[in-house]
Design a protein around this ligand. Structure first.
Ligand SMILES: O=P(O)(O)OC[C@H]1O[C@H](O[C@H]2O[C@H](CO)[C@@H](O)[C@H](O)[C@H]2O)[C@H](O)[C@@H](O)[C@@H]1O
Length: 250
């Protein structure tokens, strides 16, 4: 497939000094892997993001469901800003303090039951975050409905929490903050403020970011609707980062 055949309306982008990139991580910049820790950052991605940052006056952020320290592990200080845990934690620039929304912790009883479910269904992984717990069933697909059933029973007792549908996973987390919040927060300050936001994601949680980018007058793209896969996103960003300022070289 040629580069041009999958480019989503790139000609509509304003020049680099007026555009900001807000990028999801799993399934967008990197391919989905069997476990959260086994994702591979493809050769060239870091160089592409560095070039894009230079070209766009630093207006490049990663907005992930992962905690910020995991994004740091995979991408270092390459993104200028990082939002983690679907917007609960935000770091506005490299080295800046992380700002966390004040949200309730997942009840200890739910965490205990989650561990019991993992023991009952080999292959199920429990990922704990500061304000959430993720029930991963990529290693045990048949356990998905039972895990969902348990999660629904939990949130039915406490309306402060909801279930975030994810890829082969159910995430139980506090309601009220989503990736749209992260987009609005980052876009309110330099170097993002006043720019045209371009959000790229692949999952249900990214729809909040896409809606927010569009509401701010920008664009949102979703894999596989607009790009076939993360390789296509990386190729597009690489072309933009290397192109001329007039038409972004693509
Ligand atoms: O918002 P994202 O950056 O897309 O993060 C979403 C979740 O990604 C991770 O889980 C997903 O990716 C794993 C690695 O490819 C995969 O094994 C798993 O099945 C997926 O659900 C991460 O573990 C979660 O914390 C993120 O919320």
């Amino acid at each position: 497939m040629s580069l041009m055949s999958f480019l989503p309306r790139s000609g509509d982008l304003p020049p680099p000094d007026r555009t900001a990139f807000l990028l999801d991580f799993d399934g967008t910049l990197v391919e989905i892997a069997p476990t959260p820790e086994s994702v591979k950052v493809q050769a060239g991605l870091l160089a592409t993001l560095r070039r894009l940052r230079r070209k766009c006056g630093n207006a490049v952020a990663v907005i992930s469901g992962r905690p910020i320290d995991q994004i740091d592990f995979f991408l270092g200080d390459v993104p200028y800003a990082v939002a983690g845990e679907h917007g609960i934690a935000i770091r506005r620039s490299p080295g800046a303090p992380i700002q966390r929304a004040n949200l309730p912790a997942v009840p200890a009883a739910w965490l205990k039951q989650a561990d019991e479910l993992a023991a009952k269904y080999p292959g199920v992984r429990i990922e704990r975050k500061k304000a959430a717990v993720v029930l991963h069933f990529r290693g045990a697909p048949d356990a998905g409905p039972a895990l969902r059933h348990a999660a629904e029973a939990w949130v039915a007792t406490d309306p402060r929490f909801h279930i975030q549908e994810a890829k082969m996973a159910w995430e139980i987390r506090p309601a009220g903050i989503d990736k749209g919040h992260a987009v609005r927060d980052l876009m309110a300050a330099a170097p993002f403020v006043g720019r045209y936001p371009v959000f790229i994601g692949d999952d249900v949680t990214d729809e909040d970011g896409i809606r927010a980018a569009v509401a701010l007058g920008g664009m949102g793209f979703r894999i596989p609707r607009d790009f076939p896969d993360p390789a296509a996103v990386r190729a597009w960003l690489a072309a933009l980062s290397g192109g001329g300022n007039d038409v972004w070289g693509v």
